[in-house]
Design a protein around this ligand. Structure first.
Ligand SMILES: CC(=O)[C@@H](O)[C@H](O)COP(=O)(O)O
Ligand SMILES: NCC(=O)COP(=O)(O)O
Length: 237
C-alpha cells in the first residue's frame, strides 16, 4: 500500500498573500485527513514564505495520521522538529533561497553530517527520510547513515513522463529496488500529479508514500479538495 501525504505549503502561500487566516491551514489539514489523506506534509522554509514555525506547532496536535516535516537540517529546523516531534522528518538539501527543492543530497559528501542528524532524530523517536535523486550510489550511502527511508526526487520523472514514460520511470524502479535491498523504506515526491502518478505507482515497487502538494492544490481549484484527494488515492489503488 502506498500512502498519500498531502503537502499543504501552497495553502499557506495563499493565506499569507493577505496576512490574515484565509484559507485556514489548520482546517485544511484536518479536512485533508477527513477526505482520506494518510499524512500531512509541510516544508517550513527559512523565510517562512508559506508554512510558518507557528503553523507547525499548531498542526501537531491536530494531525492524527502521519505528520511529515521536510527541510534542510539547520540548527533552527532541528530545534523545531525536536520540539514538535512529527512522525517523520524528511531531510532536504535546499539552500535557504531555493525557489523549490531541485536536487537530492550528495549523501557521500555529507555522510557524517547526515549521520549525526539522523542519530538525533532516532533518539527522539522520529523516523528519518533522506531526499535523494534516483541514484543507486546515493541510496547505498543513505543506508549507511542509519536513515529509515529515502524520498526519491521525482521532478526528472515528471518532466520526461509525457514524452517517454518508460525511460522516465526506469531509474526509479532501480532506485526503489536498491533502497529495499538496503533495508530502506521508499517515499517519493515533487511534481507528481494526476497525469503521471498512476504509472509511477504501477511501475515502482516498494513505494511506501508519496507526498504531493502543488498539483493537489491546483487541481482542487477545479475539482474541490475532497474529489481531488479521492482521485489521487485512486491512482495509488
Ligand atoms: C522536498 C520537496 O520536493 C517538496 O517539499 C517541495 O520542495 C515543496 O516545497 P515548495 O512548496 O516550497 O515548493
Ligand atoms: N516531498 C514532495 C512534496 O511534499 C510535494 O512536492 P510538490 O507536489 O509540491 O512538487
Amino acid at each position: 500500500m502506498t500512502n498519500l501525504s498531502v503537502n499543504i505549503n501552497k495553502v499557506a502561500t495563499l493565506r499569507n498573500a493577505r496576512g490574515e487566516n484565509v484559507p485556514d491551514v489548520e482546517r485544511v489539514a484536518v479536512d485533508c485527513e477527513t477526505f482520506g489523506a494518510q499524512g500531512i506534509t509541510v516544508h517550513p522554509r527559512p523565510d517562512e514564505r508559506h508554512i510558518k514555525h507557528e503553523d507547525v506547532f499548531a498542526l501537531r496536535p491536530l494531525i492524527k495520521t502521519e505528520f511529515n516535516i521536510e527541510g534542510y537540517p539547520s540548527p533552527e529546523f532541528m530545534d523545531l522538529v525536536l520540539k514538535v516531534k512529527p512522525e517523520q522528518v524528511t531531510l532536504v538539501p535546499d539552500a535557504p533561497d531555493a525557489l523549490t527543492s531541485n536536487a537530492g543530497w550528495n549523501v557521500t559528501e555529507h555522510k557524517e553530517f547526515l549521520t549525526e542528524i539522523i542519530d538525533r532524530l532516532r533518539e527522539a523517536g522520529i523516523r528519518s527520510s533522506v531526499f535523494v535523486d534516483p541514484d543507486v550510489a546515493m541510496i547505498k550511502a543513505a543506508a549507511k547513515t542509519g536513515a529509515d527511508r529515502v524520498e526519491l526526487y521525482t521532478k526528472p520523472y515528471a518532466d520526461m513522463y509525457p514524452s517517454d514514460p518508460e525511460k522516465a520511470v526506469a531509474p526509479y524502479v532501480e532506485a526503489s529496488k536498491a533502497a529495499h535491498n538496503c533495508g530502506l523504506g521508499v517515499n517519493a515526491g515533487h511534481d507528481l500529479n494526476l497525469a503521471n502518478l498512476r504509472y509511477f505507482h504501477e511501475k515502482v515497487p516498494y513505494l511506501n508514500e508519496v507526498s504531493i502538494g502543488h498539483a493537489i492544490i491546483a487541481d482542487a481549484l477545479y475539482l474541490g479538495l475532497k474529489e481531488t484527494i479521492k482521485q489521487y488515492k485512486e491512482c495509488l489503488s
